[in-house]
Design a protein around this ligand. Structure first.
Ligand SMILES: *[C@@H]1O[C@H](CO)[C@@H](O)[C@H](O)[C@H]1NC(C)=O
Ligand SMILES: *[C@@H]1O[C@H](CO)[C@@H](O)[C@H](O)[C@H]1NC(C)=O
Ligand SMILES: *[C@@H]1O[C@H](CO)[C@@H](O)[C@H](O)[C@H]1NC(C)=O
Ligand SMILES: *[C@@H]1O[C@H](CO)[C@@H](O)[C@H](O)[C@H]1NC(C)=O
Ligand SMILES: *[C@@H]1O[C@H](CO)[C@@H](O)[C@H](O)[C@H]1NC(C)=O
Ligand SMILES: *[C@@H]1O[C@H](CO)[C@@H](O)[C@H](O)[C@H]1NC(C)=O
Length: 737
């Protein structure tokens, strides 16, 4: 079983695909990626981890996410910053404190409050960080040669409708970091040549005038006039060359299906940090050349199914930090050229492998959580590369956990094995009860096996866990381990409940004739195991419904799921831990409390009480420890489950602490509580050791009254309750004594 995982990690591929009859590329299995032109394939996690695993360095090539505008402008525009200027100034007129080079003029931080007088043949005008608060009509009308205007950091509030009139040659217009709230209709009317329009960090609320409709009629009329004049709601109507539009950090709430109509040349569209709540169908349908679209940090809750259908050339799409509730299963189906998809902080309840398959060129994908990466096996680089439980390097990130997993595994296995051995060696009068205890120990022992496996795999992957994380969670050993732990916990819980209920009937109804025979007990025990097996195995039945039920974290225990995981898994886990187990826990607590009071009452009724108070304390102690160990074990689990129901985010580390520290407590303590501390056991052990030490002496030890009562726990309990003396000495011995 252990070797299985290793076998699947390195795959030498023999299949080749002939593409175009000439190019030969290796075909890698799902989740694996080729080593350049070698025939070797390595899983995703071996790529871009800083280690040359291929041998030719191919796995460390092309790791950065360079898609989007950086590459687009590298190829479309050549080197943008390739300007060779002389020091000479060709402008006759320009303000003081400005800096002129050929026909380019920079007036930065010069306290200007309007556009100054400048020679008309200026080609670049930078008025950054001045005090220009408005741009009047025809502010630039003289500068017909102007190609670039920089107006950042001016707190421009008002731009007159004709401010940019006459700028027929303008290519680049920067208006970022101003106080612009609206873009009046027709203000970009003459900018036929404009390619870059940068408007980030303004309080612009709308770029489409559609939303005006419905206001008072007078206003509406004037708007209609404006429409007729400039068709302002179509941003690109008069700017057919518009290539780069940056509207980051504005207050845009609405986009309409005509906002970007006729923006055929648009390659980069930035809309992050706005308040867009809804993007209607066909909003981007004209953007045939769009290469990068950034809609991150908005308030988008739904995306129409066909929104991205026409973006045939899109390379980079950023949808991160939107409160998206749902992604259609074919949402990204037509993005054949997409290379980078950012879905950080988005929950995808219906995540599905088919969602990402059509994007053949996707090389980078970013998710909210690590587990989603298993749904995009065709993508070479997936972030984040680890979950909370495990660190980048190690399965168990915490060194205390690493040590304790072994300690607890040892205590659990050893304690239970000793008890099984002892119970078999020492012949008990009540064999049915002994059988139940032995079976309980068997179940608890499985927990030890589980913990040993966790420890083993932790060591195995030490230092390079992130490479194997997904493979590990998907692997058979992980699933088997998870189901083993589940089987152990559930059988243990059910058995404890059964033992408690049995004891409860004997003590609380001492005269009733409900008494289980050996055969009935055996039947019940078998049922409990069958139930345990069913509970553990059910998630294997339907991969569709449960997904990978066990492999949701490094320790393979299905304790916690975040809100988005498969509803099947979540519901099942909830039903088991907060349904079955909570019920069992309540039954146990209730039974012990009732038993305690019942015993106390019987004791009080009988006058001749030897050591009355001592007995009470002893009984209370023992009951307390049984209930207490159950509580330590289960209350953290219940709390986690209830918190997750209340949608509280639970860090992944909590799961590993609960699974390794709290859950096994019961398994480790059960042998002590149910056997090792009972007086009879101690007596028998003493006897046994005695006999072995002095074999020559055949001394038949007189069986004490108390001894016989303890061992036969339940059958003689009826007597025991009546006979306080026996009771005090035997069953209810406190752990400390
Ligand atoms: C792979 O490509 C490298 C150069 O990129 C070349 O030197 C090498 O011979 C190629 N190997 C094979 C097997 O084609
Ligand atoms: C870039 O600069 C070089 C000289 O440094 C010049 O030869 C080349 O034509 C320039 N390219 C562009 C696109 O301006
Ligand atoms: C710019 O215009 C001024 C007159 O306003 C003229 O003297 C100068 O030569 C012109 N420069 C260029 C580069 O055309
Ligand atoms: C835009 O949406 C409206 C309804 O909201 C519809 O009548 C119109 O046809 C749509 N326009 C385009 C180009 O899809
Ligand atoms: C997507 O947008 C967010 C925030 O706007 C940013 O932090 C992140 O780096 C972007 N993703 C990519 C792949 O550029
Ligand atoms: C993927 O990208 C490469 C260039 O990186 C391009 O040649 C190829 O056509 C693209 N594949 C698809 C399916 O578009």
């Amino acid at each position: 079983m252990w070797l299985l995982l290793h076998a699947i990690v390195l795959v030498e591929v023999k299949d080749f695909a002939l593409i175009d009859g000439s190019m030969v590329t290796p075909l890698c299995p799902r989740g694996y990626f080729p080593c350049g032109n070698l025939t070797k394939c390595l899983p995703r996690s071996f790529h871009c981890d800083g280690v040359d695993d291929c041998g030719n360095g191919a796995d460390e090539d092309n790791c950065g996410d360079t898609s989007g505008w950086a590459t687009i402008f590298g190829t479309v525009h050549g080197n943008v910053n390739n300007v060779t200027l002389t020091q000479e100034c060709f402008l006759n007129q320009y303000p003081q404190h400005c800096y002129c080079k050929e026909t380019e003029l920079e007036c930065i931080k010069t306290d200007l409050n309007s556009v100054p007088k400048i020679s008309s043949n200026v080609t670049l005008l930078s008025l950054k960080k001045n005090k220009i608060h408005s741009l009047p009509n025809k502010a630039f009308i003289k500068f017909t040669e102007l190609k670039k205007i920089y107006l950042q950091h001016n707190c421009i509030r008002h731009i007159s409708r004709k401010a940019f009139f006459g700028l027929y040659n303008l290519q680049i217009l920067y208006l970022s970091h101003n106080c612009i709230t609206t873009l009046g209709p027709g203000i970009f009317k003459d900018l036929y040549q404009l390619t870059w329009l940068i408007l980030d960090d303004n309080p612009i609320t709308r770029i489409s005038q559609r939303s005006f409709t419905g206001l008072n009629s007078l206003f509406f009329l004037s708007m209609v006039n404006n429409y007729l004049e400039a068709l302002p709601e179509q941003l690109c109507m008069r700017m057919p060359q518009l290539n780069w539009l940056d509207l980051e950090g504005n207050r845009i709430k609405y986009l309409t299906n005509s906002t970007f109509l006729s923006c055929d040349s648009l390659t980069v569209l930035f809309l992050p940090r706005n308040q867009i709540g809804f993007v209607p169908e066909k909003t981007f349908s004209s953007l045939k050349n769009l290469g990068e679209l950034d809609l991150s940090n908005n308030a988008i809750t739904t995306l129409p199914a066909h929104l991205f259908n026409d973006l045939q050339l899109l390379q980079k799409l950023n949808l991160s930090s939107n409160p998206l509730l749902y992604l259609h299963k074919n949402q990204f189906g037509s993005l054949k050229q997409l290379q980078s998809l950012d879905l950080e902080r988005i929950e995808i309840p219906n995540i599905n492998i088919r969602m990402f398959q059509p994007m053949k060129n996707l090389s980078h994908i970013y998710f909210k959580n690590f587990r989603y990466c298993s749904y995009a096996p065709n993508v070479r680089i997936c972030m984040p590369s680890t979950d909370g439980i495990s660190s980048f390097e190690d399965l168990l990130a915490n060194s205390i956990l690493r040590v304790f997993v072994w300690v607890i595994a040892f205590v659990t296995s050893f304690g239970n094995l000793v008890v099984i051995g002892m119970r078999s060696l020492i012949k008990a009068e009540n064999t049915t009860h002994a059988m139940s205890i032995k079976i309980l120990c068997c179940a608890d022992c499985l927990m030890g096996v589980y913990l040993f496996s966790v420890g083993f795999f932790d060591i195995k992957y030490r230092g390079q866990y992130q490479k194997y994380a997904l493979l590990w969670m998907e692997s058979v050993p992980c699933r088997l381990m998870g189901s083993l732990a589940m089987l152990s916990t559930e059988v243990s819980v059910l058995l404890l409940t059964f033992l408690t209920v049995e004891k409860f009937f004997v003590i609380v109804f001492p005269f009733s004739n409900i008494r289980l025979g050996k055969r009935q007990t055996a039947a019940i025990l078998s049922c409990i195991w069958v139930a345990g097996f069913l509970i553990a195995a059910l998630p294997f039945m339907s991969e569709n419904y449960f997904g990978n039920f066990y492999g949701k974290n490094g320790v393979c225990f299905p304790l916690h799921y975040d809100q988005t995981e498969d509803t099947g898994s979540r519901g099942y886990s909830l039903g088991i831990f907060l349904g079955v187990n909570l019920l069992a826990f309540l039954i146990i607590v209730f039974s012990y409390i009732t038993m305690f009071y019942s015993i106390q009452k019987t004791a009080l009724q009988t006058a001749e009480v030897r050591n009355h108070i001592g007995n009470d304390v002893a009984v209370a102690n023992r009951f307390f420890f049984i209930v207490f160990s159950d509580a330590i074990c289960w209350i953290p689990v219940f709390i986690v489950k209830i918190l997750s129901l209340l949608q509280v985010e639970i860090p992944g580390t909590i799961t590993s602490w609960i699974v390794i520290f709290f859950l096994p407590i019961n398994s480790a303590l059960n042998p002590i509580l149910y056997t090792l501390t009972t007086t009879l056991f101690k007596d028998k052990l003493k006897q046994l050791l005695h006999r072995h030490r002095r074999k020559s002496i055949f001394k038949i030890k007189k069986k004490s009254l108390s001894t016989s009562f303890v061992w036969t726990d339940d059958s003689s309990l009826k007597l025991g309750v009546l006979n306080k003396i026996a009771l005090g000495d035997s069953i209810m011995k406190p752990v400390s004594s």
